[in-house]
Every structure is written in structure tokens, then in C-alpha cells.
Design a protein around this ligand. Structure first.
Ligand code: PMV
Length: 359
């Protein structure tokens, strides 16, 4: 597939107005995407678990207008008009207009809400952009009803990617690959695809508890972070390493080798942060409590033989990943030891799931 495959044929139907609603989840990368080329093309492939509880629900209502030069839309978060969300969505519309030429022919009312608190330090861009892309694809499907399901899903992911790279991994589940990799059939730089090979039962219903260490706004946007990989002294080695880790994941996922899984997932998290710490300018997104938690996890694993591990996004919060059969013991460990390092003791229990749904 190339970008051109996502340019639509002339639409066969017309519509005047309507509305569509989708709910789309967040995702957590095991092998991380950090560094991109033009048009949101990733420098390396990544793979993520799709989450089940951290979700965005979006309704797009649309009505026909006389086409103008500008996009006509308004955005509401939890029923409140959000003028400050408009520039990001206007940029998104600009990027996807060639692929959805109807965008200037309608006025859109975009109403969105998240299951996780806005000020939790959990980025809503992946779930938000994928929910919006899906609503827009439903409009395109109404204009072109013979669209097949694969095209619908791939184009939704393709569009979401243009909003926020990692959003393209939030359409389907439970494991999604984004970025071309020689060992993964069907993998593409343009959209996320469901991981195509056997996955061991131990990964079914894998748990992700998100420890909210710092609920503040990110100090460094991911756009700035990705850009700092240009000319980064360790970038090329890092991109190679991600390819190697993706290859290793194929046998790990098949065999259920949790020790090797832990080694790669934790190394990926620390490498992501090492890239930030060694860019110019350099920065540290972990907080002292992030490190406290990591040390406690390592000690707990040593003492109990647990398969609990951690990963990090571009922030201070810690994602705890563990198999379902450890859920009750790990939750006890969280309550007795780790919750104390979270802001106001807050954490969110999530579980891997199948992806976005139309409402
Ligand atoms: O999707 P973006 O541009 O916000 O990048 C996010 C990248 C990480 O979350 C840090 C890693 C990943 O692969 O999700």
C-alpha cells in the first residue's frame, strides 16, 4: 500500500447531515516509537498492547455547508467548548484533507470525553485522534457504501497516525504493530496492523496498572522529543535496536517467555528515557518516585519470582504489566508499597483489549 491508495474515488452518495460516535482506547508500547520522518513516518517499528479502560468517546455531528477555504468545526470536552483544542484539530484536518475531501463541505460539532481524568498525565492523543478518525471514516463510508472493512480500518489507522503517530495503534487490538519490519507480514509505516502471529495464552488479559506519579502537563511535547532524534548521536543504533527487539518479540510472544519479555520491555522503557537524557537539549521526564517504584519492582521480583515488569511513556507515570494470574498478589503489592509513590495514591487498573467500537 502507498499513501495514494488512501485517496478516495469520487463519492457515490450525498448526505446532508448526521452523527456518529466511537469509543477508542489508549495503547501502551512494548517496543517504543521515538523518532519520525516527514508525514509521521516512524523511524522504527513498534508494538503495543491495546488498553480496555482508558478510552476516549467522541461524537461527530455534521451538517452540509457551502464549501469555504477554512474548516468549520467546534470542539467540546465534557460538554465544555474548548477553543484551545482547535489548533491541533485544524492541523489534523489540514493533514488529512487530501484523503477526506469532504472536510470543507460540512460543519462539524466534535464532542469528546475521556474515561481517565484530563489531569492524570495520561495522554489522550492516541485515544482521541483514533476516535475522531473513526467518526470521520464513518462519514466517508456513508458517502461510499461499498467500502470494504479492511480499507475502513486501515484508513482509520492511517488518518489517526497523521493526528498523533501512536494513535494508529489504537484502532484494533490486542497487540498492534506499526512500522515496516521484515519479520512481520503486512507491517506498514502507514498504519497499524493487528499482530499477525501466535500469541501464548499467558498474554491473554494481560494487566496494565498505571501508577499516576505525576499528573501534570508534559514538560516536553512528544513532537519536540521526536524531533530531537534528528542528529541525535545514538539515533541510528537505537533504531537498529528496535528492529532487533521486534524480531525477538515474535518468539517471546509465541512461547510466552516472560523473562525475555520483561528484559525487552524494561530495556525499551529505559532506552526511550535514555534518548531524552542524551539529546541536545537534554531532559529528564522521570521523577524521583518513578525510580523508587522501579527499584521496588526489581526487589519484589527478586523476592517473589513474580513476572511483574514496568514500562514508561514520555512522562513520569509507570505502567505495571503483569499476567492475569498475578492480579491479586500484584494489587496487594501496589496497595501496600507502590501506591504511596503515586500522587494522592492514585492508580488506574487496565487490561488489554480488542480496540475501538462504534456506539
Ligand atoms: O504518538 P506520539 O507522537 O505522541 O508519540 C508517543 C511515543 C511514545 O508514547 C513515547 C512511545 C510509543 O510508541 O507510544
Amino acid at each position: 500500500m502507498t499513501e495514494k491508495d488512501f485517496l478516495p474515488q469520487p463519492y457515490t452518495q450525498t448526505i446532508e447531515n448526521g452523527h456518529y460516535s466511537w469509543t477508542a482506547p489508549s495503547n501502551i508500547a512494548l517496543v517504543k516509537y521515538w523518532g519520525k520522518k516527514e508525514h509521521q513516518i516512524p523511524e522504527n517499528p513498534s508494538i503495543s498492547f491495546t488498553l480496555g479502560h482508558c478510552k476516549t468517546t467522541t461524537t461527530v455531528s455534521f451538517s452540509k455547508i457551502v464549501e469555504t477555504d477554512a474548516f468549520s468545526f467546534e470542539v467540546f470536552l465534557d460538554g465544555v467548548l474548548k477553543e484551545d483544542f482547535k489548533p491541533k484539530i485544524a492541523t489534523f484536518f489540514e493533514r488529512i484533507h487530501a484523503y477526506l475531501p469532504f472536510l470543507k463541505q460540512f460543519h462539524f460539532k466534535i464532542e469528546t470525553s475521556n474515561t481517565f481524568p484530563h489531569s492524570s498525565g495520561i495522554a489522550s492523543s492516541a485515544s482521541g485522534m483514533s476516535a475522531l478518525a473513526l467518526c470521520l471514516m464513518r462519514i466517508e463510508q456513508a458517502l461510499q457504501p461499498d467500502m470494504n472493512a479492511t480499507y475502513f480500518t486501515q484508513k482509520a489507522s492511517f488518518l489517526a497516525r497523521l493526528g498523533s503517530g501512536s494513535a494508529c495503534r489504537s484502532i484494533e487490538g490486542p497487540l498492534v504493530v506499526w512500522g515496516a519490519h521484515s519479520a512481520i507480514d503486512g507491517s506498514s509505516n502507514l498504519f497499524g496492523v493487528p499482530y499477525p502471529y501466535d500469541v501464548h495464552d499467558c498474554f491473554k488479559k494481560y494487566q496494565d496498572t498505571i501508577l499516576l506519579v505525576d499528573k501534570g502537563e508534559k514538560q516536553v511535547s512528544s513532537t519536540v522529543g521526536h524531533n530531537l532524534m534528528h542528529g541525535h548521536p545514538f539515533a541510528q543504533e537505537r533504531f537498529k535496536q528496535a528492529h532487533t527487539h521486534m524480531s525477538a518479540m515474535v518468539s517471546i510472544l509465541k512461547e510466552g517467555d516472560l523473562d525475555r519479555f520483561i528484559a525487552i520491555v524494561e530495556s525499551e522503557a529505559l532506552t526511550l528515557h535514555a534518548m531524552m537524557m542524551t539529546s541536545m537539549p537534554y531532559f529528564i521526564l522521570m521523577k524521583p518516585n518513578t525510580l523508587e517504584i522501579i527499584n521496588h519492582i526489581w526487589a519484589y521480583r527478586e523476592a517473589t519470582g513474580s513476572k511483574l515488569c514496568f514500562t514508561l511513556d514520555a512522562g513520569a507515570n509507570v505502567h505495571l504489566l503483569y499476567p492475569e494470574n498475578e492480579a491479586s498478589t500484584v494489587l496487594e503489592f501496589i496497595d501496600t508499597t507502590l501506591a504511596g509513590y503515586c500522587q494522592n495514591g492514585h492508580y488506574i487498573n487496565d487490561v488489554i483489549d480488542l480496540g475501538a467500537k462504534e456506539l
